[in-house]
Structure formats: C-alpha cells, structure tokens
Design a protein around this ligand. Structure first.
Ligand SMILES: Cc1cc2nc3c(=O)[nH]c(=O)nc-3n(C[C@H](O)[C@H](O)[C@H](O)COP(=O)(O)OP(=O)(O)OC[C@H]3O[C@@H](n4cnc5c(N)ncnc54)[C@H](O)[C@@H]3O)c2cc1C
Length: 246
C-alpha cells in the first residue's frame, strides 16, 4: 500500500530546439522544445527535473533545474514553464527565447514515483512549483480529492490546472520581493481542515518557506514523514540555490 519508489534513468544530454514561446500568465512563460533527441526521453514523476544549460557570455553554461511540465512522445516535444524574475541565466534566457533557439538539456536522472492510491493529496508551493503541481493534477486519477495551495504575486498570476481529479485550488498573494516570507502560505495552511485518511503532502517553494511549511505539517499536524516530500526549489539571494530536507 502507498508504494513510493525511486526509479533511476540513464543520464543523457539532449540538444533541443525551441518550437514555441507563449505566456501562461504575465510572469510565467511556457516554452515548448522539440528534437529527435527526445525519442527516448522518460519522465515518470510529475516532480522530475531536467538540468538545462543556459549560455553565459565568456564562461561555462549555467545549469539550472526545471520540471518537465509535459512531454509528448509522439510529437517529441517537451514543455517547460519558466517563472520569470529579476535576473538569472535561466530567467533571462526565457525572456529572450524565440522559435529556432537551441538549448542543451540533461536528464531526468531519476523519478520518485508515488502510487496514486492515497485518500487525498495536498500540493503547496510558489511560482517555481506551479509546473510540478500542475502536472501532478493532470496525472492524478479521476475523482481523487486534491487541494493545491499556491502563492503568487497577484490574481493575474493564478493559473488553471486541468485534470480529472476532484480539485480544490486555493491561491494566496504576496509581492515577489517577499517570496522568502512564509506568512501568507502558512496562515492559509493553518486555516485548512486536515482531512482524515491517508494523504500525501508535497511542498516546494523558496527554501525558507518550504522549511516552515514542512515543520507545520510534521509538528503541528503530526503528518507521517514518509508521506511528505518537501524541497526548497530556490534560495532568495543565491544563484542556483536549492535545499532538500529529507
Ligand atoms: C527540482 C526543481 C524543479 C524546478 N522546476 C522549476 C520549473 O519548472 N520552473 C521554474 O520556473 N523554476 C523551477 N525551479 C526553480 C529554478 O531552478 C530556480 O528558480 C533557478 O534558480 C532559476 O535560475 P535563474 O538562472 O533564473 O536564477 P539564479 O541565477 O539561480 O538566481 C538569481 C537570483 O534570482 C533569484 N531567484 C531564483 N529563482 C527565483 C524565483 N523563482 N523567483 C524569484 N527569484 C528567484 C535568486 O534568489 C537569485 O537572487 C525548480 C527547482 C528545482 C530544484
């Protein structure tokens, strides 16, 4: 019951070409890549990540982690959603991306496959987590209760997640400059009734925020650690920052 399995994949680098660039919201850009190198691409987990190699003038490429938001094996297309922010090789590259641009992508190296047989799911995160949250909603089975609690900079940044699950989508707002302040998500989380039965809780956000949310779920809600995955997807003020807690 509730099998949680790590699957490793052969590590490969693939040369891809931008097929299209479309805004999802003003600060979230969807880039669809294509390429024959995608023929054997595998992504089994909605929170898998690929390493993307962004060109840096006069230096080695900058590697950053991104979620395969969608993959179409027939069309050989890989969709990545970029949360835009002030500056950084990935965000800067996405803002300037045009069809025909090339980019090297590595991985995914592995997948965490969580059996979808939980009674309920709670997915919490900020902008960087929305691609993984959206993909999970798409992939969970019909009728299963799923709550998403997401933090963005305002109503214009809210997006619609499509799926067959029974979805309750909650949004809270804070300025991006306060993205390392857990207050907005934490008070919304405190106000949530905790369902009975076995649930899986997934958290990804700026590291300080993810840490505070994880602490609440484990200490105040007494949720089993085995049924929680929490990650710091980025660290305010740190280039290529991330944190894992378990
Ligand atoms: C497993 C995993 C999956 C991820 N998937 C996605 C994804 O699908 N889409 C996505 O957009 N991001 C995703 N991220 C987060 C992304 O890797 C980071 O945001 C990354 O730091 C962006 O690189 P950059 O070159 O733009 O900025 P960096 O050079 O890394 O950082 C420059 C500055 O920008 C700040 N910064 C970085 N990210 C953000 C942000 N999101 N908001 C505000 N300020 C920021 C940093 O604190 C730093 O001060 C994921 C991270 C992990 C660990």
């Amino acid at each position: 019951m509730h099998a949680i399995t790590r699957v490793r994949h052969e590590l490969k680098r693939r040369q891809l070409v931008v097929r299209s660039v479309e805004p999802v919201t003003p600060l979230m850009l969807r880039v669809v890549f294509s390429g024959d190198d995608l023929a054997d691409f595998t992504s089994l987990g909605p929170d898998d990540h690929v390493k993307m190699f962004f060109p840096v003038a006069g230096g080695d490429p900058a590697m950053r982690d991104f979620t395969p938001r969608a993959f179409d094996p027939v069309a050989r297309t890989l969709t990545i959603d970029f949360a835009l922010h002030d500056a950084g090789p990935a965000s800067d590259w996405a803002k300037a991306a045009r069809p025909g641009d090339g980019l090297m992508v590595g991985g995914p190296r592995g997948s965490l496959v969580v059996a979808p047989d939980f009674d309920w799911w709670l997915l919490i995160g900020d902008e960087a987590a929305l691609p993984a949250m959206g993909r999970r909603v798409t992939e969970l089975p019909a009728g299963i209760p799923v709550t998403t609690l997401a933090c963005v900079s305002g109503p214009a940044e809210e997006q619609r997640f499509d799926g067959a699950c029974c979805l309750e989508s909650l949004w809270v707002h804070r300025p991006l400059a306060s993205a390392d302040n857990p207050r907005a998500l934490l008070s919304a989380l405190r106000a949530l009734p905790w369902p009975s039965g076995d649930g899986f809780v997934w958290i990804a956000a700026e590291a300080k925020v993810a840490r505070a949310l994880r602490e609440h779920v484990l200490s105040e809600r007494g949720h089993p650690p085995a049924w929680l995955k929490a990650s710091g997807y980025w660290v305010k003020g740190v280039a290529d920052g991330r944190e894992t807690f378990d």
